[in-house]
Design a protein around this ligand. Sequence first.
Ligand code: PSU
Ligand code: MN
Length: 304
Amino acid sequence: MNLNDYIDILPEVQQALNENIPVVALESTIIFQGMPYPKNLECSANCEETIRSNGAVPATTAIIDGRIKVGVTKQDIDYMIEKNDVLKVSRRDLGQVVAGKKNGATTVASAVIIAELAGISIFATGGIGGVHRDVQNSYDVSADLPQISQSNVGVVCAGAKSILDIGFTLEYLETLGVPVIGYETSDFPAFFTRESGFRADYSMNSMEIAQMLKAKWDLGIRGGALIGCPVPVEFAMDKAVIDNAIEKALAEAELQHIHGKESTPFILGKVLEVTGGASLETNMQLVKNNCKIAAKIAMAYASL
Ligand code: PSU
Ligand code: MN
């Protein structure tokens, strides 16, 4: 396969990759299905700016008219917003959306596949998909988890939302052999709040994370690592407030029989509604924080 047959790498990103300048890949489901307009555009621009001001080059991933984009321009995003037909593309959808020349937003799963193809080792997002709380009935486990165990990309996030069963999600990652790192903390964060009640496997700083990834990949142990960064204290939500919103959102999803790929976006939308927008502010701030840390890790990795 010739990469050019399917993938357009933005010149700025290609140049960075050629010159060993750190690059941080980003997903786009967070823009097109995860946040309302126009805050989503603000968040996307903030993320790219934060990565730049921390010395790395951002590469937002998406699919436009069937072409896989590694790095998108403002015009690309405007085009996708205007078309209003952007599909949520996870691993299983990628071939179909490319072959069918459709528009798609990447999940963590498809974004890390694309990042690895482009040669990008560090990726940032808000929260990952995981094992859903009603897994006994729904069998709903995000394709993000097995994909993180297969793609050689470090995934920087703010932990997992408690719309998921965080304990089961961590157990599943252990089975898959994915190391779970707390960024300078031994607690695994719960997205809106700094602690989930579960511990990360290791507490590490950015250089330690870079060295761990290098050793793992040098040894031929495939797959990434999950790096959980607690939301900055000043932006963390009150646990009782967010727990209540999540309970309501989950109940509503059950009532309306929401399943499959609709599940995560539906629940996220409801949480936003119930918290009256407070969760959106926290969401934007934590993604920005993750981008900053991802840039630091990418910088450390490039120095090895
Ligand atoms: N969790 C969030 N915000 C998000 C997502 C998850 O807190 O925007 C998105 C990510 O793109 C993630 C995807 O990869 O949802 C997981 O979807 P699913 O559970 O259908 O695999
Ligand atoms: Mn699912």
